[in-house]
Design a protein around this ligand. Structure first.
Ligand SMILES: [Zn+2]
Length: 731
C-alpha cells in the first residue's frame, strides 16, 4: 500500500535539499543512517511511503535532480541513485525535478504477479507539466521495469524543440564500478544470416573519450561483485539505434534519445517514454535475474512464454518450388493440411502454423475459399481433435488493391518523399499497397486479427516483412508538413516497434491467450527488448544465402538458400544464436529444425530443438514411419522437462560445430532438464554436469550415464551418430 498523504511532512524530516547535488563519484553508498528503521509490517516509521519493492530490491522516490529515485539492493544495503529525465522543451533543456511528489493510484497487482505502483509530481521548472513515474516490480526478481509520462495540464501548448542537450531519460554514476559491459541484442551476423547477441567490455578510455554505446543492456560490476543493470525497451538493428548510453569521463552514463523519439515543434498532452529496466544483483546472477524477468514478468499474459512445440508449412512450400518444380502454393490445400496435421500430431507438435497461402486478399485477410471451401473449419476441427492450436501468417503492412480495408483507409497507404508507395506482389495473392502501421491502420489491422481469432479459432500469428523504415507521410501519426521528411521517417521508425506492441496488446485484450511472433529473419527489422514485452521473435529462416558466401547461382532453378538440406550443417547455423539464451529464453526465439530421414539427421536436429528453439518444418508425409515414431517419442520425453529447460540458464562447453560441443540445461529449481552432446567426428566424449540432476534419466543409444558421489551426472558417448541426448527427471 502506498500512501497519498504528506510528502512535505517527510521532506521536513529528510530535507530534499540534502539530496540535491550529491557528488556522483560518491555513489553508490550505503543506506543513509537517517532512514528510519522498518516497522514489523514493513512500513518505515515516521514518513509516508514514497517507495515500493520486494525482498530483493527497493525503489525510493525523491524527485530531486541527482537523486530522482534510487534503487537499493536489500541484501547488501547498497543504494544506486538515478538522475531526473531532462526534456528539450521550447528550445530549453528542462530537468524534470519534481515538487510535491505523491503516490499515484493504489498499487495494482497484474495477472503475472507483478505489482505496479506510480508516483507523480509537478515539474519545478514548469508547474503546468507533471511527471508520472510507473514502476513494475515482480514478487521475486531483482529487475525493476519503469517508465515516465510527461503530461501538460495547462492551457498553453508545449512542444518538444531541440535544446542544448538531447532528451535524457536516465542518468547515473558508474564511478564505483570497476567493470562495465554492453550487451547488444541486434548485431546481424552475415555468416549466420541471423541476429546475434554480443557482449563487450567498455574500457575507461571510452568514458574518457566521451564515446557512446547502444546497449540496450548496460551492466556495471563493482569490486564487491555486485552488479547494476540498466536497459531500455526499443528495437532496431545495429548500428542504427534510436536510444544510446552516453559515457562521460567521471564514469557517469546517460540514456539519451538519438532520433525520432519526439516530433520537434509538435505540441503534446501526454508524452510516454519507452519502458526501461534497472536491477541490482550479485554480478554472477545478473544475467539469470534478467532472463527470469524476460521469461516471467516482462509480459503480462504469459501464453507467449510457454514452451510450445511448433510446426510451420513454409519449408515445404519452399521445397515444393525448388526441389519439386512446383509453386509455393501448388499443394496448399485442405487435403495436404489435414495430412500434415495428423503427422505433426504424431510428432507431438502443438501449434500448427499455416504460412502464406491460407488467405485471399491481404488486408481483408479472409480465408481463401478455393483452397479451403469451408473457411478452415475442417482444419480447425482436426486440430481440435488432436488438442492442437491453429497459427496464421501475415504481412500486416499489406492491403490488396481491391480490399475493403484499403477502401476504408486509403489515407493510410505508406508514402515516401511525397509519392504514394507502389502496390506490389505478396507471394502470388492480389497486388497490395504497403500500409502504414503508425497510423489509424494499426487499429483496423488489430480489429481484423480479432475477427480472425473469433472466426477461425487461430491463437498464434506470425508477422513477416515488417521493415523498420517505410513511411514519411505528413498525414499519419509520425509528423506533419511542419516536420522534415527525415524527422517524419525517423518518427515512423522509432514508433513502429512500439505500435507493434500496441497492436498485440489490443488483440490480447480480446483474446489473452494469443501468441504473436515477429519474423526477424532478414536485416532492417526492429530487434530489441520492446517486442518481447508483448510477443516473441521468429529468429532464423534458412540461414545464409548463396550471396552471403560469395557463391554464384548455377541455375535458374536453384534456391538462394545454402542451408536448406537435412543433415548436420544447418543445425550449426541454428544453434549458434543460442548464446541469446543467457539473456532471453531460447523458446522466445523460434527456430525450425528438420525432421527428415536419415535417423542421424533426425537425431542431430531433434537434439538441437530440445535446447529450446522448439520448431519443426519440412516435408512431413515423406518422413519414414520409424522416423515419425522416434521423433514422437523423443518429443514426448522432452515435453516432460521442457518447462524445466525453459527455466534453465544455459551452460555451454566448446564451440558450436566443434569436436566437443556440450549444452547443459538443468533447472536450478527442479534439477530436471537435458544435456546434449554434439560432435561431428566419431570418438568417445565425456561430460560431467555442473548440476546434480534428478537421476531418473533417459539417454540415446550409445550414451552411458552414471552419477558421482555428489550426484553430478557423467555422460559418456561414442558419438557415432553426431549427437547424444540425456533427459533428467523423465519417466
Ligand atoms: Zn505513415
Amino acid at each position: 500500500m502506498v500512501s497519498r498523504r504528506g510528502f512535505l511532512h517527510w521532506i521536513s524530516a529528510f530535507s530534499i535539499s540534502d539530496l540535491v547535488g550529491i557528488d556522483a563519484k560518491a555513489l553508490p553508498s550505503k543506506a543513509p543512517s537517517e532512514v528510519p528503521q522498518e516497522q514489523p509490517n514493513g512500513a518505515p516509521a515516521g514518513r509516508p511511503q514514497l517507495e515500493c519493492g520486494n525482498s530483493l530490491v527497493r525503489v525510493r522516490i525523491s524527485g530531486s535532480s541527482s537523486d530522482f529515485w534510487s534503487l537499493e539492493n536489500r541484501a547488501s544495503g547498497q543504494i544506486y541513485r538515478f538522475g531526473c529525465p531532462v526534456f528539450p522543451l521550447g528550445g530549453k533543456a528542462v530537468p524534470a525535478t519534481l515538487e510535491n511528489v505523491r503516490a499515484g493510484s493504489a498499487p495494482e497487482r497484474l495477472k503475472n504477479g507483478v505489482t505496479e505502483c506510480s508516483f507523480e509530481g509537478a515539474l519545478v521548472a514548469r508547474p503546468s507539466l507533471s511527471l508520472r513515474m510507473t514502476f513494475r516490480i515482480a514478487p521475486d526478481n531483482a529487475v525493476v521495469r519503469f517508465r515516465y509520462s510527461l503530461e501538460n495540464h495547462g492551457a498553453e501548448a508545449i512542444a518538444f524543440e531541440q535544446a542544448d542537450g538531447p532528451l535524457t531519460y536516465l542518468s547515473t554514476s558508474l564511478a564505483s564500478m570497476s567493470r562495465v559491459k554492453e550487451i547488444r541484442l541486434s548485431d546481424f551476423n552475415s555468416m549466420l544470416h541471423s541476429d546475434t547477441v554480443s557482449e563487450f567490455d567498455i574500457p575507461q578510455r571510452w568514458f574518457a573519450g566521451r564515446l557512446d554505446v547502444a546497449g540496450p543492456i548496460l551492466i556495471g560490476e563493482g569490486e564487491d561483485k555486485e552488479a547494476l543493470l540498466l536497459a531500455y525497451e526499443h528495437g532496431s538493428q545495429m548500428p542504427d539505434t534510436f536510444l544510446r548510453f552516453d559515457l562521460q569521463p567521471d564514469r557517469a552514463v546517460k540514456l539519451v534519445a538519438v532520433k525520432g523519439n519526439y516530433l520537434p515543434g509538435q505540441a503534446f498532452k501526454v508524452f510516454d517514454t519507452v519502458w526501461m529496466e534497472a536491477a541490482v544483483s550479485r554480478a554472477a546472477g545478473v544475467a539469470s535475474q534478467f532472463r527470469a524477468f524476460v521469461r516471467k514478468y516482462m509480459e503480462v499474459d504469459g501464453e507467449s512464454r510457454r514452451p510450445y512445440l511448433f510446426y510451420n508449412t513454409w519449408n515445404f512450400q519452399e521445397r515444393n518450388k525448388w526441389w519439386n518444380g512446383k509453386g509455393y502454393l501448388t499443394s496448399y490445400n485442405q487435403e495436404r493440411m489435414l495430412q500434415e496435421i495428423d503427422i505433426a500430431h504424431r510428432l507431438a507438435l502443438e501449434i500448427f502454423v499455416m504460412d502464406t497461402g491460407w488467405h485471399g486478399k491481404t488486408g481483408d485477410w479472409e480465408v481463401d475459399r478455393q483452397r479451403f471451401p469451408d473457411g478452415l473449419k475442417a482444419v480447425k476441427a482436426r486440430l481440435d481433435q488432436h488438442g492442437m492450436k491453429l497459427g496464421l501468417w501475415f504481412n500486416p503492412t499489406m492491403a490488396a488493391v481491391s480490399s475493403k480495408i484499403l477502401a476504408a483507409h486509403r489515407s493510410c497507404i505508406s508514402s515516401w518523399k511525397g509519392k504514394l508507395a507502389e502496390p506490389g506482389d505478396v507471394w502470388g495473392s492480389e497486388v497490395s499497397y504497403p500500409m502504414c502501421l503508425v497510423s489509424e491502420y494499426s487499429d483496423a489491422y488489430a480489429d481484423t486479427v480479432i475477427r480472425l481469432a473469433r472466426e477461425t479459432g487461430a491463437r498464434y500469428f506470425v508477422w513477416d516483412a515488417v521493415a523498420q523504415y517505410g513511411c514519411d507521410s505528413p498525414d499519419h501519426w509520425h509528423g506533419t508538413s511542419a516536420n522534415s521528411e527525415e524527422d517524419r521517417s525517423n518518427s515512423y521508425a522509432f514508433q513502429l516497434p512500439l505500435q507493434m506492441v500496441r497492436i498485440v496488446e489490443k488483440v490480447k485484450r480480446a483474446y489473452p491467450d494469443v501468441i504473436f511472433d515477429f519474423d526477424i529473419t532478414e536485416t532492417g527489422r526492429a530487434v530489441g527488448l520492446s517486442f518481447l514485452s508483448a510477443g516473441r521473435y521468429f529468429l532464423i529462416n534458412n540461414g545464409p544465402y548463396l550471396v552471403n558466401y560469395d557463391l554464384p547461382h548455377f541455375s535458374e532453378t536453384e534456391s538462394d538458400n545454402i542451408f536448406f538440406y537435412p543433415g548436420t550443417a544447418r543445425t550449426w547455423i541454428c544453434r549458434r544464436p543460442l548464446t541469446y539464451d543467457k539473456w532471453i529464453p531460447a523458446n522466445l526465439l523460434l527456430t525450425h529444425y528438420f525432421p527428415d530421414d536419415p535417423a542421424s539427421s533426425q537425431l542431430v536436429n531433434m537434439a538441437s530443438l530440445i535446447l529450446g528453439q522448439n520448431g519443426i518444418w519440412g516435408d512431413l508425409p515423406k518422413i519414414s514411419e520409424a522416423g515419425v515414431q522416434w521423433i514422437g517419442e523423443v518429443m514426448g520425453r522432452y515435453k516432460q522437462v521442457r518447462q524445466d529447460v525453459a527455466e534453465s540458464d544455459p551452460i555451454r562447453t566448446g564451440d558450436v560445430a566443434g569436436v566437443y560441443e556440450v549444452h547443459e540445461k538443468i533447472s536450478n529449481g527442479s534439477n530436471r532438464g537435458v544435456v546434449v552432446l554434439f560432435s561431428p567426428t566419431n570418438g568417445r566424449i565425456v561430460y560431467m554436469t555442473e548440476h546434480t540432476p534428478n537421476q531418473s534419466f533417459w539417454a540415446t543409444p550409445g550414451t552411458k550415464v552414471s552419477f558421482d558421489r555428489q550426484g553430478h551426472a557423467v555422460l559418456e558417448s561414442d558419438m557415432a551418430s553426431g549427437a547424444a541426448i540425456g533427459f533428467f527427471g523423465v519417466e
